[in-house]
Structure formats: structure tokens, C-alpha cells
Design a protein around this ligand. Structure first.
Ligand SMILES: NC(=O)c1ccc[n+]([C@@H]2O[C@H](COP(=O)([O-])OP(=O)(O)OC[C@H]3O[C@@H](n4cnc5c(N)ncnc54)[C@H](OP(=O)(O)O)[C@@H]3O)[C@@H](O)[C@H]2O)c1
Length: 351
């Protein structure tokens, strides 16, 4: 390790399970070191925050071996400051972004330095036209959109396609709208609340439906039955599924990042609820009106191969608002923002 890397670093640690105020502490911890030949040490400049991190911190989702203290966070952008002998294609000084394969630690990205292992998760050279904050946003959320649309979506190979994105103003939704519009001959309709309609339209949505307007939702259901190839659900729950599944064509797919509980994991998911959820998903898969798919695995290599070029050429942008960028020491505020369910685009921590 070179002398410019300090022995200790600042990190936002989850020291216990609980609310953001109770659980998150800004602490000095030992700086990780390159030990394995494929290790890369990154000085973190920005971190993309995802709802799963707040859900895990609260103790709402059953995660085996989840102990505290731990450093959460998976998405990052920063500079390489040290590397192992078998690292290829990356040099010290390179600006990079990417994601660890899991955003829940124990040695996550809410820190001044993070160790990544080449080959695990995603690591990409950051083009100079992307800020660290923009690059850090595009980890979990963008790959989730890709998984829901391209891997699970079963879109027709050719000809016109029609996609509905529920929750179009959030982290996943803003990427889903833009990614869907990169697919040729695709009409994209977004569902969001009135205050975000203009934003979603500006991302390329052909039409936007305000979910707070019963009239607008009723018109969608009445006029567009069996016309969609794909519904991408970033909100979850029974209401959207029951109301909208009939919009799908016979070979259409209901592809959800969340599942049968709205904002799943925002409340504690006990064993009984988990079993009930599993049963509902299984029943929908076996006997549902249309194909039902849940995003579980994220294809990290596609961030490197398919999505990074779209970010680099500006076809996909990270939606960032100044009031959603927080300093590392204010990570509590970042978690409170993400668990409000009202954030727009990405919540980012600046390090
Ligand atoms: N399965 C996976 O691997 C995976 C991966 C990533 C994310 N997820 C999950 O996917 C969900 C979405 O993630 P995210 O990062 O997009 O969340 P997010 O950024 O926190 O979503 C916030 C957005 O949701 C909108 N929203 C809230 N309630 C809504 C409703 N009833 N109808 C329509 N929009 C609503 C809000 O807009 P308004 O203020 O206008 O309501 C806000 O813009 C989370 O539950 C997350 O945990 C799963």
C-alpha cells in the first residue's frame, strides 16, 4: 500500500439494526488493504443509495449472517489507488464506477475507500462526461431496469413493442423509461404522480399517466386492455397488479422488482409474510393471468457490456437533484430520503 493511503478512514457504519438515526454512525475504521492478486482499492467519491440498504439497516428483510457493525452500500464511483498483481485493464489513477455484487456490506461503499475484487460485481472506467455522482447512481437501479426489461421481459424480437413502467420517477423507474426507449420501435408509458409527469416525459416517455388521478388510471385500463408487451413494476403490491395485469397481451409479461407487497421490505417481513409472499409468487407464476417475473438476480456484466456505452453516449442519464446529494457524514438524511418513497431519480452520497 502506498504512503498516501491513510491507515484509517471515515465510514458510515450500521452499528445496530434500527432507524437511520439509531443505526448509522460516522466512524473511523481501518482502511481496507489490497491482499489478493485481483483486489482493487478505490478511493470513493460518490455512492448510489438503494432502498434495500435502508430495509436491511432497519432489519426488515431476513438476511442470513447479517451482523453489525457493518458498512452498507454497493454502488460507487471513485479513483483506483492500489491494485493487486493480477488486475488487468485498470491502472492506479483510473476513474471508475461500478457495483459490488451485494449492496449490504459488510465492507460496503459508504466509506472513503472500498476494496473490490476484479470479476465480481461490475467495474467500468468512468468517462469524463459522467460526474462521479452520475456514475455512482447507475449500479443496482440501472441493472434492475435491464433485468426486468431485457432478461425477464420476453419482448418480441422485431416489430413494435409497448412497455408500461409503474413508479417511473424513482431510481429504477427513471432508468427503465430511458432504457426502454433505447429499444427500437418501443412505445413507453410511465406511471407517476402529477409532480413528476414533466420529468418522466423529459426522459423520453411517450405518455405519462398520473396515478393519483383515478380518472386517468381508469382511462388507461379501459382503453388499453391487452395492448402491452411488458409491465415493469417498481412499486409492487396487489393494487397495481390487479388493476393493470389485464393490460398485457397474451404473451405479455408482468415483471416486478418488488413483488406482491407494496415497497416490500419497508415494513418487517417475518417468516410468515415471507412464506405467504413466496406462495403468492408461485401461484402467479403457475396460474396467473399472464407471465409473472420477479427480479432476483442482477446481471452485473451487462452493466459493463451493454449499459455503460449508453451512459457514456448520453442515451441514459442519471436523474440527480441537488437536494438528494448528501455528504457521507449526513448519510442518515440519505436513508431518510430513500425510505420516504418520495425521492426522484437517485439518492447519492458524496464522499
Ligand atoms: N429485486 C431487486 O433486485 C431490486 C433491485 C432494485 C430495486 N428494487 C426495489 O424496487 C423498488 C424501487 O426501487 P427504486 O430505487 O426505484 O425506489 P425509489 O427511488 O425509492 O422510488 C421512489 C419513487 O417511487 C414513487 N412512488 C412511490 N409510491 C408510488 C406509487 N404508489 N405509485 C407510483 N409511484 C410511486 C415516488 O414517486 P411519487 O412521490 O410521485 O409517488 C418516487 O419517485 C424498491 O422497493 C427497491 O427495493 C429491487
Amino acid at each position: 500500500m502506498t504512503s498516501t493511503i491513510p491507515e484509517t478512514m471515515n465510514a458510515l457504519q450500521a452499528v445496530k439494526l434500527g432507524s437511520a438515526e439509531e443505526a448509522l454512525q460516522y466512524n473511523q475504521v481501518k482502511t481496507p488493504e489490497v491482499k489478493q492478486p485481483t483486489d482493487i482499492l478505490i478511493q470513493v467519491k460518490a455512492v448510489g443509495v438503494n432502498p434495500v440498504e435502508a430495509k436491511a439497516r432497519q432489519g426488515n428483510i431476513p438476511i442470513p449472517f447479517f451482523s453489525t457493525p457493518r458498512i452498507l452500500g454497493g454502488d460507487f464511483a471513485g479513483n483506483i489507488v492500489a491494485k493487486g498483481s493480477k488486475v488487468t485493464g485498470f491502472e492506479i489513477g483510473d476513474a471508475v464506477y461500478g457495483s459490488l455484487s451485494l449492496p449490504i456490506g459488510p465492507n460496503g461503499t459508504y466509506a472513503e475507500y472500498v476494496l473490490v475484487s476484479q470479476g465480481s460485481g461490475a467495474l467500468i472506467k468512468k468517462p469524463s462526461n459522467l460526474s462521479y455522482e452520475e456514475a455512482a447512481g447507475a449500479g443496482v437501479a440501472l441493472v434492475t431496469a435491464y433485468q426486468a426489461i431485457t432478461v425477464l421481459g420476453n419482448l418480441p424480437k422485431e416489430g413494435p413493442k409497448k412497455i408500461l413502467v409503474i413508479g417511473a420517477s424513482g431510481g429504477v423507474g427513471t432508468y427503465a423509461i430511458q432504457y426502454a426507449k433505447t429499444i427500437p420501435e418501443t412505445e413507453v408509458i410511465g406511471i407517476c404522480s402529477a409532480k413528476n409527469v414533466e420529468l418522466v416525459r423529459s426522459l423520453g416517455a411517450d405518455r405519462v399517466v398520473d396515478y393519483t388521478s383515478k380518472g386517468a388510471m381508469d382511462i388507461l385500463v379501459k382503453n388499453e386492455t391487452e395492448t402491452f408487451d411488458l409491465i415493469v413494476d417498481c412499486i409492487g403490491g396487489e393494487d397495481y397488479y390487479n388493476q393493470l395485469v389485464g393490460l398485457l397481451k397474451k404473451k405479455g409479461v408482468y415483471s416486478t422488482a418488488v413483488g406482491p407487497i407494496i415497497h416490500n421490505g419497508s415494513e418487517k417481513v417475518g417468516l410468515f409474510t415471507a412464506a405467504k409472499l413466496g406462495t403468492t409468487v408461485a401461484l402467479r407464476k403457475l396460474f396467473g393471468y399472464r407471465s409473472y417475473q420477479v427480479v432476483i438476480f442482477l446481471p452485473w456484466k451487462k452493466l459493463e457490456s451493454d449499459l455503460a456505452p449508453l451512459l457514456a453516449n448520453g442515451n441514459i442519464k442519471t436523474v440527480l437533484r441537488d437536494d438528494q446529494i448528501f455528504d457521507l457524514k449526513d448519510g442518515v438524511l440519505a436513508h431518510k430520503k430513500i425510505e420516504s418513497h418520495r425521492s426522484v431519480g437517485k439518492v447519492v452520497i458524496r464522499v
